[in-house]
Ligand binder design. Sequence first.
Ligand code: PLP
Length: 442
Amino acid sequence: MSKSFLDKENSVIANSLKIRFYPIALKSAQNTRITDQNDKEYLDLTAGWAVAGIGYGHPRISKKIKEQYETLSFTSQLSAPEPVMVSLAEKLLQITPGNFAKKVWFGHSGSDANDCIAKLVPLAKKRSRMISFMGSYHGQTMGSLSLSGHPAQSSFIGSGNVVKIPYPNPYRPPFGETDNLTGQIIQFLEQEVFSTICPPEHTAGIIIEGIQSDGGLVVPPSNFLQQLQDICKRYEIALIFDEVKVGMGRTGKWFSFDHENIVPDAIVMGKSLGAGLPISAVVGRKEILDSGTGIHMFTASGNPVCSTAALENLHIIEEERLMENATEMGNYFMNLLRKLQKKYEWIGDIRGKGLAIGVELVEDRVTKKPAPEKTAAICYRCYELGLIVFYVGIHSNVIEITPPLTINKKDVDLAVAILDQAFSDLQEQKINLDLVNQFTGW
Ligand SMILES: Cc1ncc(COP(=O)(O)O)c(C=O)c1O
């Protein structure tokens, strides 16, 4: 497939920038569909790692981008601000909770936004330490990788001020089977971590993904986030939510923490914020984001073309009722997947919220031994059958379903039919594993 293009790409593009599951090479994309260089069409369940939240090529976005580029193509807002970035900031302040003075910071990627947290939270709180979670993915710059607990960043030591604690994974409880997972983790934090290596009076912030996405689409128990917030309040520790992947309506509400009535001290956004254009943001307490002048700034931050795309994107999510669609289609999808689970023993667990869904594959449901080779084979076979899915997870065994929020019932039916076919082909050993093994994935 597009062999000569992929060979050329391989000879000039750095491997450090790649994570490949199959030999796809793109030509174009529209709404939920991707077309490759051989004009084959695919239904996309990845939204390009959750970037194309409103789908690809939305006409309202392209119109705004063109108009903005012709009016004011660029300004460095660091020294010469313009109104679109300010309007976007006002909108973000409006859709985020917090009855206190808040401000907005802008960058280009989830990584630089999490770097903002890594730098500014300790500075603002005058406390040196941070806490994050094992399995978390906050980015690949030095600050954000220091906060991360994902194997993808394990080649780097990162900053020594971050302590990582287990994430409450109901399918794989870190301290063994229990009926009180929340209590176990909270107790571990308070009685072990705080009283040994990370005293609360030295702890500036705790950063968490409301759903741990690259870690395996792990949804914590429903009372966990509230109890974490209680602890943060008790010890005056800032609570930061990384909503880069599951925010902007994907779970059926603007943010994953909205399901639990949490009020974070800072919220990190990226990916789908810009409708495909690179822009990230942190919305947070004024005292955090104002903790210094000119100490975390990028020349093109909040540039007007990306800002106008992001602002229009937020209007589209509201006006096209995409959060409602995410809830409805997410439930529909999960119900169909549960039926599939009855057919295939390898489907160990199905979980998610809205259109952030994980399908965890195991060798058998008793031992729950992760099945990464089978997961890679299913993703590869789906690609051959016209469905784009990637896998995630610290064991590389979770199929991640994060389609554009515009997906409809017919698309979901098609997706589940292709997944069914792929599982059946795996069962009948019809998948060419030599082809699958040419791609390393995570
Ligand atoms: C939760 C989360 N935070 C941060 C990032 C990093 O974002 P970026 O790749 O845009 O730097 C990611 C990327 O997958 C993510 O999933």
